[in-house]
Design a protein. Structure first.
Length: 134
C-alpha cells in the first residue's frame, strides 16, 4: 500500500512522494540537477537512513520469528543498504553547503537508486505475499 502510495492523500501545502514514487522523484532530481543541492543531499541522506532503519527492524523481526517468511524481506532491505549508502557517499551533506551537484556523481547516485528501488520493490512484494499468506 505505501509502496504504491495508496491511502496517502496529497496535503494542499506540501508536495511529497512515498514508496516507488519517492525513488522516481529522487532519481529525477538527481538527473536534472536543477534543485537545491543541499536539500537534495539531505533528503538522500534521510532516505538512506530510513532504509537502514527498516532493514534493522526487519532483520530483528525475522530473527525473532515474529512472522514466518520474513527472511527474504529482511535480506532484500539489507541489499538496499550499500546502494543507498554509496549514493550518500557520492553526494554527502558537507561544507561547502552551497556547492552545486557534481553531475557525474549525481548520475551514478541515480543509477544506484534505480537498483535500490528494484530491490525494495521485490522485498515489498515478498512482504505482501508473507502477510497475505498468513
Amino acid at each position: 500500500v505505501c509502496w504504491r502510495g495508496e491511502g496517502f492523500l496529497k496535503h494542499p501545502w506540501y508536495d511529497y512522494a512515498v514508496g516507488a514514487e519517492a525513488y522516481r522523484a529522487l532519481i529525477r532530481a538527481l538527473e536534472k540537477a536543477d534543485t537545491d543541492p543541499l536539500g537534495l543531499r539531505y533528503i538522500l541522506e534521510i532516505h538512506a537512513d530510513a532504509r537502514a532503519c527498516a532493514a534493522r527492524y526487519l532483520q530483528r523481526l525475522a530473527a525473532d520469528a515474529v512472522l514466518p517468511g520474513l527472511d527474504p524481506v529482511a535480506d532484500g532491505y539489507t541489499q538496499v543498504l550499500p546502494l543507498t549508502a554509496r549514493a550518500v557517499e557520492l553526494l554527502p551533506v558537507a561544507a561547502p553547503y552551497e556547492r552545486p551537484l557534481d553531475v557525474a556523481a549525481a548520475s551514478e547516485a541515480a543509477e544506484l537508486l534505480r537498483q535500490a528501488a528494484a530491490l525494495e520493490e521485490t522485498a515489498i512484494s515478498e512482504l505482501e505475499r508473507v502477510v497475505t499468506d498468513r
